[in-house]
Design a protein around this ligand. Structure first.
Ligand SMILES: NC(=O)C1=CN([C@@H]2O[C@H](COP(=O)(O)OP(=O)(O)OC[C@H]3O[C@@H](n4cnc5c(N)ncnc54)[C@H](OP(=O)(O)O)[C@@H]3O)[C@@H](O)[C@H]2O)C=CC1
Ligand SMILES: CC(=O)[C@@H](O)[C@H](O)COP(=O)(O)O
Ligand SMILES: [Mn+2]
Length: 382
């Protein structure tokens, strides 16, 4: 029986993690969970799984939740609460980090300190502080198992060895606006941007997918997860999201991981690897129904955010943290209808330009840079 601690239980990844756990009660037990503010979504799941520790974003939600629980549990709140979840239980437990944004960084480090393996969906953790996370991972000999579909695909193709690898190739769907020119992007709405062609995900990552920032974050994530230089990381447009990513070897062989766009596959694999379990009710891949798969070269001029991210990743230091914080702030402003779609990448570019880089920032510096960048970007509205 594996004991699971879940950050971000009311989100897209969180809900699918609960689905995986609920389908295999003989394999998994949910010991603790966190959510932000969505008490209506959380409550039925909490009463079903009865975790002994729950963390929420604010004290008011904690007080309300305590009144509504139908069993006894400890309820904590705030960023401290996320740390309590990260540290709860024993070294043998797994933390699933499915919270959105750089708020996921400190709990990742805390769980590693506590000796836990982490199933990592929260890509912002590795983007903002890949150097700190990988250093601690080695010191504590813990595993960081990818949940992000592309990284899970690569992890599965690699089978634990990077021997004779030439390139990792991340596939990108192109997001909601893949058939639009940059000129046509000027008038797009939030509703249109939230309409991803293949995946049903949280709002922030869906916008990242439309700007292609998601793939930029994923290139940085892959660099740290697989300890691979940026020169050996490629991005390929693939509009069907059936090939989740590929590994090219020195002899020209290419191994790919295929499947329907269903995040329960990488989530469950992160919890069971190297073994596998069935996913009851999953439709399975019927390639004859898909018919044709399309691939095309990435156009870095069309997708400027991708280029900004790769450049920030290559330069390293504090720049990826600035990229991430500026992007989180700009996406929140776009979702609130305060800025245009193309402002997102313009604001990220400006924040990077204005930042004085720090070469190897510690956690406190990263958190301060994150706070400062968000406040600066909030003032960019014309
Ligand atoms: N969705 C997907 O298919 C994929 C997602 N990922 C990554 O996984 C992570 C989660 O994505 P996704 O599930 O889509 O996100 P969602 O927006 O759907 O969910 C985010 C979760 O985090 C909680 N949350 C947000 N902010 C805070 C905060 N400040 N403090 C505490 N809790 C908070 C939310 O709580 P509440 O809603 O209750 O307020 C919710 O439970 C992201 O890093 C994303 O990039 C990676 C690959 C695929
Ligand atoms: C499901 C998942 O892993 C997302 O990160 C997904 O990859 C988004 O798709 P695109 O960024 O390729 O549009
Ligand atoms: Mn992905």
């Amino acid at each position: 029986m594996k004991h699971i601690h879940l950050l971000g239980a009311t989100g897209s990844i969180g809900e699918q993690t609960l689905d995986v756990i609920g389908k295999h009660p003989e394999e998994f037990k949910l010991d603790s969970l966190s959510f932000g503010r969505n008490i209506n979504k959380a409550l039925p799941q909490i009463n079903k799984f009865q975790p002994s520790l729950i963390s929420v974003q604010e004290k008011e939600t904690a007080d309300l939740l305590k009144e509504k629980l139908n069993y006894r549990a400890e309820v904590v709140w705030g960023e401290e609460g996320l740390l309590e979840i990260a540290e709860a239980g024993s070294e043998k437990d797994i933390l699933v980090n499915a919270v959105m944004g750089s708020v996921g960084l400190a709990p990742t480090l805390a769980a590693m300190q506590a000796g836990k393996d982490i199933a990592i969906a929260n890509k912002e953790t590795l983007v903002t502080a890949g150097h700190l996370v990988t250093k601690l991972q080695q010191e504590k000999s813990v595993s960081l198992i990818p949940v992000d579909s592309e990284h899970s695909a690569i992890f599965q193709c690699l089978h634990g060895s990077k021997k004779e690898v030439k390139k990792l190739i991340l596939t990108a769907s192109g997001g909601s606006f893949r058939d639009k020119t940059r000129e046509e992007l000027k008038g797009v709405t939030v509703q249109e941007a939230l309409n991803h062609p293949n995946w049903s995900m949280g709002a922030k990552i869906t916008i990242d997918s439309a700007t292609m920032m998601n793939k930029g974050l994923e290139v940085i994530e892959a660099h740290w997860l697989f300890d691979i230089p940026y020169e050996s990381l490629d991005v390929l447009l693939h509009k069907e999201s059936i090939v989740h990513s590929m590994v090219e070897y020195i002899d020209g062989s290419v191994l790919a991981h295929l499947g329907t766009p269903d995040m329960r596959v990488p989530i469950q694999y992160a919890l069971t690897q190297p073994s596998r379990l069935a996913i009851p009710g999953a439709p399975g891949l019927k390639l004859w129904e898909v018919g044709t798969l399309h691939f095309s070269k990435m156009d870095y001029k069309r997708y400027k955010a991708l280029q900004l991210a790769i450049e920030a990743g290559k330069q390293g230091g504090s720049l990826p943290a600035v990229l991430n914080a500026a992007n989180e702030q700009a996406v929140a402003m776009f979702l609130a209808d305060k800025i245009h779609f193309l402002d997102i990448e313009a604001f990220v570019e400006r924040a990077l330009h204005e930042h004085v880089p720090v070469s190897s920032p510690e956690l406190e510096e990263i958190m301060e840079i994150d706070r400062k960048t968000r406040s600066s970007v909030a003032t960019y509205i014309r």
